[in-house]
Design a protein around this ligand. Structure first.
Ligand code: ZN
Length: 295
């Protein structure tokens, strides 16, 4: 008996050591999905890669995340999008002009809502693994941390405009307001890095509207969606080890050739994201060709 008990203790301790992102911890994640109670999201929605169809909550991840009316989701131009829609579709409709996959076998990691205090940790890990990614930055954060934008560009990552202050309703506002917001954000990025290329736009919450997509296009930016969302923005639901495990499980289960993975380097406590990617980066690198969205 005592030997058995000792073995159990040893195994348990070993599991704790590996728990940062170890697959031994993954079974619990299923129950977290079940608890989400959102039906179409996140569990069922992600595999199909239709982030914009998800309801109320905001992948922007900040404190205002939970109050958004789901009505806006149904009003979204891509609410009825189907997995068959491809990012390279030639249709001029806004829904089909939102990029949701890389278009080939590569996988793109995208990090939103920064730059922030934990951006350097993400950059260090990417650098150590020789991985390029795409950062969807918020104007006010660029203003606060211009040096991190400089590091992002210097390391060969690419940039995406995530609006001036993460206004989830921006797309519903007038064309002039949207244009001014996106331009102001680009201007702030260019203050940090004068020759920075900003070829992508991601609406906060994924709440793309035809007007926002059109204006982004006028400003030279393609609208960038995603197909994998590990919900690291949902810090009200998960934290600490649970969040880390959840992120790992979700990314492992849903990432496939062509995936665009959404995570966050800013907008809240991202320690769980950092912990998850410490393990995920070498794993993903072993399975896929990881790329920054091209400029
Ligand atoms: Zn965001």
């Amino acid at each position: 008996m005592s030997r058995v008990r000792l073995a159990a203790v040893v195994i348990s301790a070993f599991s704790l050591i590996l728990a940062g992102c170890d697959s031994s911890a993954t079974p619990r994640a299923a129950s977290w999905h079940a608890q989400s109670g959102s039906g179409s999201y996140p569990g069922s929605g992600q595999a199909g890669g239709e982030p914009v169809t998800r309801p109320a909550v905001d992948p922007g991840g900040s404190s205002s995340a939970s109050a958004k009316p789901s009505a806006s989701a149904s009003a979204s131009p891509s609410a009825s999008a189907s997995p068959s829609e491809s990012p390279s579709a030639s249709s001029s409709s806004p829904a089909s002009s939102i990029i949701r996959t890389t278009g080939d076998s590569t996988v793109a990691l995208t990090f939103d809502d920064g730059p922030g205090p934990e951006t350097p940790k993400i950059l260090d890990m990417l650098r150590a693994q020789g991985i390029k990614a795409t950062f969807c930055v918020i104007g006010v954060n660029v203003q606060e941390y211009p040096q991190y934008v400089q590091e992002i560009v210097k390391d060969g990552h690419t940039l995406c405009n995530h609006t001036w202050k993460h206004d989830e309703s921006l797309g519903k506002k007038s064309a002039d307001v949207i244009r001014a917001d996106l331009q102001k954000t680009n201007d702030e990025i260019h203050k940090a890095v004068p020759d920075a290329q900003i070829k992508y736009f991601r609406h906060p919450g994924g709440n793309f509207t035809p007007t926002a997509v059109e204006i982004a296009s006028e400003l030279g930016m393609k609208s960038l969606g995603w197909s994998v969302d590990p919900s690291d923005w949902n810090i009200k639901k998960w934290s600490g080890q649970q969040m880390t495990t959840h992120i790992c499980t979700n990314v492992r289960n849903n990432t496939k050739p062509g995936s665009i993975v959404l995570s966050h380097d800013g907008g809240g406590d991202r320690s769980a994201t950092v912990a998850a990617y410490k393990t995920l980066l070498p794993e993903l690198k072993g399975k896929f060709t990881l790329v920054a969205m091209p400029v």
